[in-house]
Design a protein around this ligand. Structure first.
Ligand SMILES: C=C(O[C@H]1C=CC=C(C(=O)O)[C@@H]1O)C(=O)O
Length: 414
């Protein structure tokens, strides 16, 4: 169900592109669409442990402006979230056409322009990633049960001739209606504005009143263009013991974390297939009723994040292994994007299938869960498939791993 968009906040409209950011904060998903323009105030910095008390204090002190904080939580629990109170907010139940809410009409009519050459570098490259999966498997095997799962990621750095057109990119990503498309302005780096942009299928947590919902995904298989092959891919995923083990660790961890907060907690549908345009996933919808409506979405994010869908199990051991094996800072990849309000309600998606964009540079991320039985070559392929939606939206392909225009080069949307 959708309702007409309307704006809360100051009467003068903050133009898109103001405050040095080419896109406002935006979430466009099946359950709701939320756009937040500008920055009226920002939440104090601090580790995830203190998020809930900082959010509560913010709303106590901030009597004016829209009743919402929006933004992104990084992967590391020690780093600070970037949450702001926008000047103006629009919230609509259900999915709304991003062209209408983000003033993208010019994009709708525009023939995609080619933007010249761009260079793509894997950090690490596909072989380097396969080696890190091997090392992850060894770490699990030699831990004598102390490490059960580790989610390892790799990144692609795309350097284009011209700055990326984030509006065009957002509109293209939003073409897949099975996911939540998001854009979150990030703190500037060396004076340059950065945006986290992506299209995620995974809900970390939603809390409204006493109701709590989480919809973790783990276990993946590629979609195929041929109908029979696509059904076979889904069937193989549903029959895969390795993928079910990888998935079960996530569901168990979320149930264990939510249980102390909840009066009722259940997985009414069990584990089901969940489809995006490029991947099949195993997914489990978790629904609960909280013991106390005063438990906030920030409390729940601080307890749940990062889940074994993006980190591993146990969390501390997996995070230490990621630090050792990945060799780069995940920053806001594999964190959370969303909103929360003074009543403690909120909705947070897992920030995967995304890129951090700064001018002409885009850093894309993709990870895969590693458990005993994982195969380095298959996990590397899985990350390639996970890059697909973003690369297609940018108008390029990963060199050596799909249709491409030229070795190591491509053309990007602008
Ligand atoms: C960590 C990512 O995906 C997670 C979510 C769904 C399926 C996953 C998997 O099958 O490995 C991952 O746990 C990512 O896309 O970067």
């Amino acid at each position: 169900m959708t309702t007409q968009p309307f704006w809360h906040g100051f009467s003068e409209r903050t133009p898109a592109g103001a405050h040095g950011h080419p896109l406002p904060f935006a979430l466009v998903g099946g359950a709701e669409t939320l756009i937040g323009h500008g920055e009226r105030a920002a939440l104090d910095k601090g580790p995830l442990e203190t998020l809930s008390e900082r959010v509560a204090r913010f709303f106590e002190d901030q009597a004016e402006g829209p009743d919402v904080l929006v933004g992104a939580v990084p992967f590391s629990r020690d780093e600070s979230a970037h949450l702001v109170q926008p000047r103006q907010v629009m919230r609509i139940q259900g999915r709304f056409d991003p062209h209408d809410v983000l003033e993208l009409s010019s994009v709708r009519d525009r023939t995609p322009q080619t933007s010249g050459q761009c260079r793509i570098a894997g950090e690490p490259d596909a072989d380097g990633y396969a080696h890190s999966v091997d090392a992850g498997l060894e770490a699990i095997a030699s831990s004598a049960g102390a490490l059960r799962k580790i989610v390892l990621s790799r990144s692609l750095v795309v350097r284009a001739e011209h700055p990326f057109d984030l509006r065009m990119l957002f509109a293209r990503l939003a073409g897949d209606e099975s996911i939540t498309t998001f854009a979150a302005p990030l703190p500037a780096r060396d004076g340059a504005p950065r945006t986290l942009i992506g299209a995620t299928p995974e809900l970390l947590v939603e809390k409204r009143g006493l109701r709590v919902l989480s919809h973790p995904l783990a276990g993946s298989a590629p979609r195929r263009t041929d109908k029979g092959a696509d059904e076979a891919s889904a069937k193989a995923l549903m029959a895969s013991g390795k993928d079910h083990r990888e998935h079960a660790l996530v569901v168990e961890a979320i149930l264990d974390t939510l249980a102390p907060f909840c009066r009722d907690l259940a997985t009414p549908e069990g584990t089901c297939l969940r489809a995006t345009a490029s991947l099949w996933h195993l997914g489990t919808r978790i629904e609960g009723r909280l013991k106390d409506a005063a438990i906030s979405s920030a409390d729940l994010v601080a307890a749940l994040h990062p889940t074994p869908a993006v980190c591993g199990e146990p969390r501390a051991e997996a995070a230490a292994a990621i630090d050792r094996l990945e060799g780069y800072d995940r920053d806001f990849y594999a964190g959370a994007v969303g909103w929360c309000n003074a009543a403690g309600d909120g909705r947070w998606s897992v920030s995967i299938r995304c890129a951090e964009i700064c001018g002409r540079t885009a850093r894309l991320y993709a990870g895969a869960g590693i458990v005993p039985g994982s195969d380095p070559a298959s996990e590397t392929n899985e990350t390639s498939v996970k890059f697909k939606a973003m690369l297609a939206a940018l108008g390029i392909a990963e060199p050596g791993r799909g249709p491409e225009r030229r070795e190591g080069q491509g053309e990007a949307a602008r």
